[in-house]
Design a binder for this molecule. Structure first.
Ligand code: PMP
Length: 427
């Protein structure tokens, strides 16, 4: 028995599934999740001493890699001054200023502790500001686990094939309209039917939680137009794409500006942070300036701010996104070549440094085409890659992330592993 196997057995005695977030339990790919002892740069080391090239990167936050010296130095400096005050700090303003400067549509921002809190609060603001109840989301998009957003959700809900219903009241579910991603006709039809009741459309501007699916040409522009026409707000959930696909996120990359933006992951540099922000007149509706309430004991936590500031400052140095783009392209190419050599149908969707290789002929453009992928083959591929020291997301319906710590040699080693793993997956 390995130490990870022992650790997993023990963990399952005390925590549901042995984990604190469902997909970590490796249910979709089988086997024991390696229990991690440390991360350094592009590598993870497990408690048995196995080393992996990591393409999960904590599910997106670690764009600078594990334990980047600029991030850890700033954290050490912050922790020596105490871990939380529940009072304003200059660090919060510093990170807020960085966010406002980097993200095109954000004029004011509020920090929270997770992506879930960010989307939940943005929805409340949208409902408060418009006086409307309904929201539109897209099947396969995941916006955290708030009640209103669980219906037809991606990520673990999709991976585990869990119905979105249990624990969510019928009233809440009835206020959520779920539509196919990349389908503007469906959006037009929903607005034709109940446009005066819709507070907001929330969308991942690049979907990452049913695997990576880029927005079809004109999709985001269409959402902008339709929401504006009907007096509804457009919310971009950039929890994954923020600071990932461009310094200003997907809104910069595609040139479409939402009313509100949700952020998480990278903004906290590996510590628990989320944020929502947008137009000044909307953000001024939040307490204490306005009547919409939202608060947090640890919000704006000094350690979290420190890691976020260090990470965003790194990303503002020249050449970072060119590097991420090149590494992402190299990973995609390696996967594609391996699949071709093994005669395995694979559709690689990539936007910058986030990508998914779907085991299907494709094209993959929405929930229906994503779920046509062969998840059994993915599980075999995942196991074969893990055995060769490459740590991929334990689900077909997640993104692979490349960080600034990955090297061309890492990518070459990964491509080599993929050659062998694809042959195993083909069998
Ligand atoms: N929105 C998106 C797009 C996400 O990918 C996630 C998490 N993967 C969330 C929201 C929820 O964030 P958190 O897990 O920090 O609550």
């Amino acid at each position: 028995m390995t130490r990870s196997e022992r650790a997993f057995a023990e963990a399952q005695r005390y925590m549901p599934g042995g984990v604190n977030s469902p997909v970590r339990a490796f249910r979709a790919v089988g086997g024991t999740p390696p229990f991690i002892e440390r991360g350094q740069g592009s590598r993870l080391t497990d408690v048995d001493g196995n080393v992996y090239i990591d393409y999960v990167c904590s599910w997106g936050p670690l764009i600078a890699g594990h334990a980047h010296p600029a991030v850890t130095a700033r954290l050490h400096e912050a922790v020596d001054r105490g871990t939380s005050y529940g009072a304003p700090t200059e660090a919060e303003t510093e990170l807020a200023r960085l966010v406002v400067e980097m993200v095109p549509s954000i004029e004011m921002v509020r920090f929270v502790n997770s992506g879930t809190e960010a989307t939940m609060s943005a929805l409340r603001l949208a409902r408060g500001a418009t006086g409307r109840d309904k929201i539109v989301k897209f099947a396969g998009c995941y916006h955290g686990h708030a009640d209103a957003l669980l219906s037809t959700a991606g990520s673990g809900v999709l991976t585990l094939g869990i119905p979105s219903g249990p624990g969510v009241t019928a009233g809440t579910a009835a206020d959520t309209i779920s539509l196919p991603y990349n389908d503007l006709d469906a959006v037009r039809a929903a607005f034709a039917e109940s446009g005066d009741q819709i507070a907001a459309v929330i969308v991942e501007p690049v979907a990452g939680n049913m695997g990576v699916i880029p927005p079809a040409e004109g999709f985001l522009e269409g959402l902008r137009e339709i929401t504006r026409e009907h007096g509804a707000l457009l919310i971009f959930d950039e929890v994954i794409t923020g600071f990932r696909v461009a310094p200003g996120g997907a809104q910069e990359r595609y040139g479409v500006l939402p009313d509100l933006t949700c952020l998480g992951k990278i903004i906290g540099g590996g510590l628990p942070v989320g944020a929502y922000g947008g137009r000044r007149d909307l953000m001024e509706q939040m307490a204490p300036l306005g009547p919409v309430y939202q608060a947090g004991t640890l919000s704006g936590n000094p350690l979290a701010m420190a890691a976020g500031i260090a990470t965003l400052e790194l990303l503002r140095e020249p050449g970072m996104y060119e590097r991420l783009e090149a590494l992402g392209a190299q990973l995609a190419e390696g996967m594609t070549r391996a699949a071709e050599a093994a005669g395995v149908p694979l559709t690689v969707n990539r936007v910058g440094s986030m990508l998914t290789g779907f085991f299907t002929e494709g094209p993959v453009t929405d929930y229906a085409s994503a779920t046509a992928a062969d998840t059994t083959r993915y599980a075999r591929f995942h196991q074969a890659m893990l055995a060769r020291g490459v740590y991929l997301a334990p689900s077909q319906f997640e993104a692979a992330f490349v960080s600034l710590a990955h090297t061309a040699e890492d990518l070459e080693q990964t491509a080599e592993a993929a050659m062998a793993a694809m042959r195993e997956a083909a069998a």
